[in-house]
Design a protein around this ligand. Sequence first.
Ligand code: AHM
Ligand code: MG
Length: 415
Amino acid sequence: MKFSLCVFFLAASSANGFSTRTTAGNRGSVISSLSATETETPMSRTKTKAPVFDEVCDTTGVTLTRFMNEVAMLNPELRELTTLFGAIDTACKAMTNLVKRSQLPSSETLGYQGEVNIQGEDQKKLDVITNDLLKRALRFTGRLGVLASEEEDVPVDLIGSSTSDSQEIVIEEGEKYVAVFDPLDGSSNVDAGIPTGTIIGIYEHSENCDIDPECVDDECTEQEAQCLANTLQPGTNLVAAAYCLYSSSTFLALTLGNGVYIFTLDETIGEFVLSKPNVKIPDECNIYSMNEANFEKWDKPLKDVVTGWRTGTGKSGERFTSRYIGSMVGDVHRTLLYGGVFGYPGDTKNVNGKLRLLYEGAPMSFIMEQAGGISSTGKERVMEITPEYVHQRIPVVMGSKNAVQEVLDAYAAEE
Ligand code: AHM
Ligand code: MG
């Protein structure tokens, strides 16, 4: 039987990342290339070099582990991110299984936990389980000082807290990163088996986080508060952002400030395999994705633009169609691949909409911008907004350049 273990891919390096194409007939051991492309991150803080893979195993593809190892070789300052992405990789696989198995009567993980989170939302059992899982996975890396999650009332330290409900604040120096996440976004859909996702943002730990071991009482509290304020950074400070989408396959999309890479979970080998390198959102589009039940409460500029899209009288002259899952990760994933506009705007009842800036708006905006799209509140760039508190909400409209720009122009014309 003719059996080829590996077929090599030759890299066609692109301006902002890497891509692969098949070279028939190349066989042999897997050798990675260290040639790289280099671009400025949005904040011009560091330059992230993206690896170019000259040769790729046909059986395994480029796994997330290999991708991160090569990123670390090219960008030694990002070495510790490899450990974090190792934890994210494991957590997303475990959450895939939890979400899948939740449909079985024996799993008993569907339904409500019986608790309400700080935002007054009923927590689903899976919200609590996935929050705990991700928190522990990140904590065990030893690389995180602080995290903020949709399901935690306040930012929590990861050092010294071994239980999910511990609010004790113990911050250790030397921890490099801060993680913000929504462990199971769209969880209201989960009982019906509709796609859900995990959203993660990673910031650097501020160097201002100094706790004087000699401090007493209020002094310590103030220093601790300053350390916890590490979570309140604008999206422009993000070092990395990622989402996992639990759908027909599990997808893991990430950006390290140099393009967007989408990996698909190959369950036969238990690895995330690079399936879409350097994703670019189409500039032109004809899909919008918003909860239209709120239409009457939206601002006039947005209503006008959406009416133009519905009737084909907008800027492009195209008649748009509507697609809305009600799971941000699923809706944004489709928007990235097909082009379009995803939005959760403010309205007369909820002026800041529904989505949270820190762990939904900012990381997804980072990914959207890195794919060549735009993300805005309608009036300002989401990435530039510094959160004032952890669970702050923000209106969001993101997606293909031309259509989002149409919304921004309508708001600007109103002023
Ligand atoms: P959640 O974090 O409580 O799950 O809420 C966020 C979700 C997003 O995934 C989605 O875009 C939005 O809520 C849907 O809200 P609505 O049901 O109001 O359309
Ligand atoms: Mg959410």
